[in-house]
Write a new protein. Structure first.
Length: 319
């Protein structure tokens, strides 16, 4: 890919893909199985002995589902998204069998590990909108959704204009709701539930401003789709992935433009044409940095240490 790789390494970017590999801790399996046994009958609202996707979604959005119960629901929600293998129906017996399996088969969900990770995230969250010195982008950790495309623009905005994010973009209404400004529209949302917190991003300082944003962004993104294409819950609309540039324009209400790097993949591109593309790229980055504009970028297949393939980044500066 010639010298463009060196140029991209020099970009100041923030990666939101700091997700550790989940491993179940001592006691997670037993605790998950105990929660499953205790609550399954109540979760099965239609009493057909199968926990459906719709029933799981309703539980994810319920503020009454808390703590260990919410962690178990978040684990089941994540498992319901698995597509590499055909999972059995979510009967109590099948779920117990999945949870007890040791070792975990390839491409199968590790329910105890998902439960334990969800429980830690719930316990760590303080439920305050911003910390005293927030918003800070270095504390954001992407959750278990494929929504880096929506977090990179937020990081760029919070880095350049933290006061706007805190004072205008995400505001508490005093009644348990929040008003989130996304471009030209405002989205009113309830506080994230425990299960939603377990499924979405994490802040090392325990604040929930990113979770509130994700909830509102998911609802708004879902509403843009034709009625027959909408997801059951907003977070699923974010989990499908998307364009960081399009999302940047959406949350700011401003026009955006792209500069493609696809030319760098052309092995037989004449040097003069290559140099012209590079000059255009450098000029765009220099101009955007000078004018304090927001920037994002994305990777495809990359072997550069520190860069994640198929990932979105906020570009903080260019020199």
């Amino acid at each position: 890919m010639r010298s463009i790789l060196t140029t991209l390494v020099l970009l100041a970017v923030t990666s939101l893909d700091a997700r550790d590999v989940e491993k179940s801790a001592a006691g997670d399996r037993e605790r998950f199985l105990a929660v499953l046994d205790k609550h399954f009958a109540a979760w099965d609202a239609d009493h057909d002995d199968v926990l459906s996707t719709n029933e799981i979604n309703q539980l994810v959005e319920s503020a009454e589902v808390r703590g260990e119960e919410a962690a178990a629901i978040a684990a089941l929600k994540r498992a319901s998204r698995f597509t590499k293998v055909a999972l059995p129906t979510f009967t109590l017996e099948h779920l117990q069998r999945l949870a007890k399996a040791q070792p975990i088969e390839k491409d199968m969900p590790d329910l105890p590990a998902m439960f334990g990770g969800s429980l830690k995230r719930i316990a760590h969250t303080k439920r305050e909108l911003f910390s005293a010195d927030g918003p800070r982008i270095e504390t954001i950790r992407q959750g278990r959704m494929g929504n880096c495309f929506s977090l990179a623009p937020l990081a760029a905005l919070a880095y350049k204009r933290p006061d706007y994010v805190r004072e205008q973009m995400i505001r508490p209404l005093g009644d348990g709701h929040y008003l989130v400004k996304l471009g030209q529209q405002e989205v009113k949302v309830t506080a994230p539930t425990d299960a939603e917190i377990a499924l979405s991003s994490e802040n090392e300082d325990g604040s929930i401003w990113v979770n509130v944003y994700e909830k509102a962004a998911g609802i708004a993104r879902n509403a843009q789709k034709p009625a027959d294409k909408r997801e059951a819950i907003g977070l699923d609309a974010l989990n499908r992935g998307g364009s960081a540039g399009t999302q940047l324009a959406f949350i700011t209400g401003r026009e955006m433009f792209r500069v493609s790097c696809s030319f760098a993949k052309k092995k037989d591109l004449p040097q003069a044409e290559y140099d012209g593309h590079m000059a255009e790229l450098r000029a765009a980055l220099t101009s955007a940095t000078k004018e304090n504009r927001l920037m994002t970028c994305g990777t495809l297949k990359t072997t550069i240490p520190g860069l994640t393939p198929n990932h979105a980044y906020a570009i903080l500066s260019y020199d």
